[in-house]
Write a protein that binds this ligand. Structure first.
Ligand code: NDP
Length: 346
């Protein structure tokens, strides 16, 4: 099933004329999107607490207001603060300043997908969600190249919400390469699925591989280099993005191609097992809202819960091997930058 893709020609920047865009938050996305909007001719104010990011916005030449005031003066309000603080900030500081016909723009579907934002019924609510880190959103805009982005209308109180969403998408550079029609539910589900199904499975594959290879008497240095410290898997993923899953096999040796394809065929049972497990994660945990409810309940305990999970994950021998290698004399730090001990991470 293909989705519709919006290009620059689908978006009219004139929709922004006479409207003030309030960018709430001047962090990764806020800093990049605000500058792109301004360079596209938008009238932009920043809403931020009296904090570090506020000073940066002032240095970048923006008018900076408190969050309440920015939400009051903006007709289009971009919520570019962390997802987990949005429900509280919206209820206390943004929603009171909104007027009928205003537009709230989110850059992530999570809070809308799980009904966590309490917004008045007479405003438009849209999603313009870059699949790109903030620094690259700015860099690509300056170079005139697009980046992947999902766009949706979640509530169309005015009948013109899509025009506003597309104008914002174009002004931040997201339609230059084509922005894909989506929904908050789809964006949030895909994000959570990648985090909860794909990456833990990749970690599990690496753990099992280490256990088998170490038991065969191979050295930690050789195993970890082969698995990821060399950076080769990152290169392979880059080729996959460029050439496709199967065509990139052509850049591997014939021995590698034969071995990979032979064992892919022998993995049908594993695919079946994963399909069942992933279906349970998608339907039972993510789409049901069970994970979102659990995560909301964690609330202020988030840091200590993550710390406990990290400590348990850190007991696997693969992590001990990483630490030994990164601590070894002569380690350049180049090959092993990912290996800071878990406990040292901020
Ligand atoms: P950041 O963590 O960079 O946001 C930092 C900004 O939020 C700062 O201005 C900070 O102000 C403000 N802030 C933090 N906590 C609070 C609070 N409790 N009350 C008020 N303001 C607060 O966020 P991102 O830019 O990473 O994410 C913003 C949105 O973009 C999210 O919805 C995210 O999912 C989405 N997104 C992020 C991407 C990314 O690459 N990071 C990619 C695509 C989408 P100060 O520190 O000055 O107090």
């Amino acid at each position: 099933m293909r989705a519709r893709t919006y290009h620059d020609s689908d978006a009219d920047l004139g929709v922004l004329t006479g409207r003030t865009v309030a960018v709430i938050g001047y962090g990764n996305q806020g800093c990049a999107q605000a500058q792109n909007l301004r360079d596209s001719g938008g009238r932009v104010v920043i809403g931020n607490r009296d904090d570090d990011c506020r000073d940066r916005a002032v240095r970048d030449g923006f008018e900076v207001l408190g969050i309440d005031e920015a939400a009051r003066v903006g007709q289009i309000v971009l919520l570019l603060i962390p997802d987990e603080v949005q429900p509280g900030v919206v209820a206390g500081h943004v929603a009171p300043g909104l007027r009928a016909g205003d537009t709230v723009v989110v850059a992530s579907g999570y809070n809308l997908a799980f009904g966590l934002l309490d917004l008045p019924g007479d405003i438009d609510v849209v999603m313009v969600a870059p699949r790109m880190i903030g620094a690259a959103v700015r860099d690509r805009y300056r170079r005139g190249v697009g980046y992947p982005c999902l766009v949706s209308v979640e509530r169309d109180a005015t009948g013109t919400a899509l025009h506003t969403a597309l104008a914002i998408a174009r002004a931040i550079g997201a339609t230059a390469g084509g922005a894909v029609a989506s929904s908050a539910r789809e964006e949030a589900a895909l994000d959570l699925f990648t985090e909860q199904a794909i990456w833990p499975t990749v970690f599990a594959v690496l753990q099992a591989s280490y256990e088998v290879l170490a038991a065969a008497g191979f050295s930690d240095d050789a195993i970890l280099d082969e698995m990821y410290l060399s950076g080769e898997p990152a290169e392979v993923f880059a080729r996959i993005a460029e050439m496709g899953l199967l065509d990139q096999l052509r850049v591997h040796s014939r021995t590698s191609q034969y071995g990979q394809l032979l064992h892919l065929e022998r993995s049908a049972e594993l695919v079946g097992t994963l399909r069942e497990r992933f279906t349970e994660i998608l339907r039972g945990e993510i789409l049901s809202g069970r994970f979102a409810a659990q995560w909301s309940a964690v609330g202020a305990d988030a840091e200590s819960r993550i710390r406990a999970l990290l400590d348990r994950a850190g007991t696997h021998p693969l992590i001990a091997a990483e630490r030994t290698i990164s601590a070894a004399p002569g380690s350049t730090g180049e090959r092993v930058t990912p290996c800071r001990p878990v406990k040292d991470r901020a």
